[in-house]
Design a protein. Structure first.
Ligand SMILES: [Zn+2]
Length: 679
């Protein structure tokens, strides 16, 4: 053997070891992100499972910069029960095997996460029905893995302008399905998590055409109302229940098609794991629209002139029905139903709400007139182009509450509430400096714009909020021109009218909670005190929503969903404590999420004040970080109050008195009011 050969062999061995080293598992499967859309699952991990050294990773060429498919993930299907299996190479499952039971899914029964081999994590979707198997597709870029299992809505009525993640992809690019039938043995995995479905939307791609930006993703977009700041030079759109591909974070894009000599940009930020913020900077931003595609998966952001001329769907929708209801609490619900999914946008301008349906050529004027005949709600309708219909709802006396769009975008519910009387009075009493009054009286420009366009004035940031804008003359900061409600009543009246609190009396129905001394049921005590808190808050004009008002069983998930739909300012769960050692007594305040700590501390300071501890002859057991389901899963800042131990005979006795219950309720209500800054 020549020296040359030996060198070659050594090099080969070194190369082999390098390669082996590279082969080591370097992707950790952490978690699943499940969403309410029941269409997708994101497999979240850390690291990278692509193996560059072996060249196993071959990205499928793709014209756009969308997620590429990798072909070193193996997928196959199972029968009896029907299953879809993904094997991720070079990966580990640090937190061990487990399965997720999907209570809310019509398609997936459970998802198993297994360390199948030392460096392969296997994920098994067990389906309710084998007919759904062909819909399962896996996409990945080597770091993020998305499994999409319901494409039905996506393929429906979308024009090419609105691609979806799957729409962008060549059919042949789908991960190869080897479709082997294997009977999979799914014993022996411990049950760990029954997850609440977390995110509805995963933003994964931004593209553009000559007219605007298109944000694409999977799941369902749910938008908060667009908010405008700084004389319409900054607009913010919050996408709820959304997450984002890391490469899009903090990116800024020019919005094409801005009107002459202007420029507009869009910046994407992740606010937290559940919210994405889109910030638009430019001029006259109220002229920009955010249109949601019929499949709810894309957002087209563009100047309104382009929106008018763009076709958003292959098929125009036909109106099936209108419905208008008003309930005793002053809520109007205006309900529109269509035969096909619609592309729509909602915006607010000059004291009116606008709903534009961008693929609806006919709005059935007769039906609408009939509907509104006996109603005090005035809805105007018009065609704004060949295939677009606009609904205008004057909002002078109304607060826009929400737009609820069904996942198939065939039904839109607009909810309005009559403004409380107090606000109406204040509105009439707006003081405007005479100069502005004249401009406003001319009726051409709305007040805010009049001031914002006046070169002699500038906005005073320190005094302006979301609702009121305060302008000051540019030369003299001391002379403040107010454009804010006159404070006839204490400020709290108007502020508290906007505050929402969800109160959650723990347990109920068949779930008794703790049972003290064999006779005292925690559920009953919780409800009594919660109702007292409710009364006290209502007196301060706080909107209170009770997860239950009677002795019924409500699953924790439902309590959480209830709250998340309302999206209150805070969520307060009320409980009484219990332990086997009947000498234990005292008060506890529990929180879990970091954004709940301030609430917990505020509640604690009042609830467990020295005065209360003395009066109640009890002790403070502190603010405790606990992973209770409800305070972990509600989106609002949330706390769980333990008002004492009913397992302790002495404390139980006291807690059974009406006086103590009233005092506890007062302390809880005061804590809430303090946190909400309601006086
Ligand atoms: Zn309890």
């Amino acid at each position: 053997m020549s020296f040359k050969n030996i060198t070659a062999i050594i090099l080969f061995i070194i190369a082999f070891f390098i390669q082996s080293a590279c082969f080591a598992a370097n992707f950790q499967v952490r978690d699943l992100v499940l969403d309410n859309s029941d269409k997708t699952v994101l497999i979240r991990g850390k690291g990278d499972f692509r193996d560059s050294s072996t060249g196993v990773y071959v990205p499928v060429p793709d014209k756009s910069n969308s997620l590429n498919l990798i072909n070193n993930i193996t997928t196959f299907t199972l029968s009896n029960p029907a299953g879809y299996v993904i094997d991720i190479p070079n990966s580990t499952l640090p937190e061990g095997s487990r399965y997720y039971k999907l209570k809310n899914s019509k398609i997936v029964n459970r998802i198993d996460l297994l360390q199948h081999d030392t460096d392969i994590v296997r994920i098994v979707f067990t389906l309710n029905n084998a007919k759904d198997l062909p819909n399962f597709k896996t996409y990945s870029d080597g770091k993020n893995i998305i499994v999409k299992y319901n494409s039905q809505l996506v393929q429906n009525s979308i024009q090419h302008k609105f691609y979806t993640l799957s729409g962008d992809m060549d059919k042949s690019a789908v991960v190869q399905n080897t479709a082997t039938d294997i009977i999979f043995n799914s014993n022996n995995y411990k049950l760990e998590i029954i997850p609440k479905l977390q995110n509805k939307y995963y933003l994964s791609l931004v593209t553009q055409n000559s007219e605007g930006l298109i944000l694409k993703g999977i799941g369902e977009i749910s938008l908060q109302k667009i908010k405008y700041y700084d004389n319409n030079t900054r607009a913010e759109i919050i996408l709820d229940s959304s997450n984002i591909i890391p490469t899009l974070e903090n990116k800024t894009y020019n919005i094409p098609g801005a009107v002459k000599n202007t420029k507009a940009t869009l910046t994407i930020n992740k606010l937290n794991d559940k919210k994405i913020k889109l910030t638009i900077l430019g001029e006259s931003l109220k002229d920009y629209r955010a249109v949601i595609s019929p499949d709810n998966q894309s957002l087209f952001i563009s100047h309104r002139s382009h929106v008018l001329n763009t076709s958003f769907a292959l098929n125009n929708a036909k109106l099936l029905s209108y419905n208008l209801t008003k309930n005793e609490n002053g809520y109007y619900i205006f309900d529109l139903n269509f035969d096909k999914s619609v592309a729509y946008d909602i915006f607010e301008l000059n004291d009116s709400y606008y709903l534009d349906i961008n693929n609806l050529p006919d709005f059935d004027e007769i039906a609408l007139k009939k509907l509104l005949k006996n109603s005090d709600l005035n809805i105007q309708t018009m065609k704004i182009s060949k295939d677009k219909t606009r609904y205008i709802i004057p909002s002078k006396n109304l607060n826009f509450s929400y737009a609820n769009v069904e996942s198939n975008a065939k039904s839109i519910k607009l909810c309005f509430k009559e403004k409380p009387q107090a606000e109406k009075i204040n509105e009439d009493a707006i003081i405007i400096a005479s100069k502005e009054e004249k401009i406003a009286a001319a009726g051409k420009i709305p007040e805010e714009d009049a001031l914002s366009k006046d070169k002699n004035y500038k906005k005073d940031e320190s005094k302006s909020g979301n609702i009121n804008v305060v302008y000051v003359p540019k030369e003299d900061n001391s002379k403040i021109i107010y454009k804010e409600p006159k404070k006839k009543k204490p400020e709290s009246t108007t502020i508290s009218a906007l505050k929402k609190v969800v109160l959650d009396p723990g347990h109920g129905g068949t779930d008794c909670g703790a049972i003290g001394g064999g006779v005292v049921y925690e559920k009953n005590l919780n409800l009594k005190v919660a109702k007292m808190v409710e009364e006290k808050l209502k007196k301060k004009n706080v909107h209170v929503y009770m997860t239950r008002s009677e002795d019924i069983f409500i699953p924790l998930e439902d309590r959480v969903n209830f709250s998340n739909e309302i999206s209150p300012d805070i969520y307060v769960s009320i409980h009484a404590n219990s332990t086997v050692q009947n000498v234990t007594y005292g008060l506890e305040v529990h929180y879990y999420k970091d954004d709940s700590l301030e609430l917990a501390n505020t509640m604690h300071a009042i609830f467990s004040s020295d005065k209360n501890l003395k009066k109640w002859d009890t002790k403070d057991r502190g603010v405790i970080k606990s992973r209770f389901y409800v305070i972990n899963h509600t989106e609002a800042p949330s706390v769980l109050m333990e008002m004492g131990f009913i397992s302790n005979p002495v404390e139980r006795e006291k807690l059974m008195t009406k006086q103590r219950q009233e005092e506890v309720a007062t302390a809880i209500a005061d804590g809430i009011l303090e946190y909400l800054k309601v006086k």
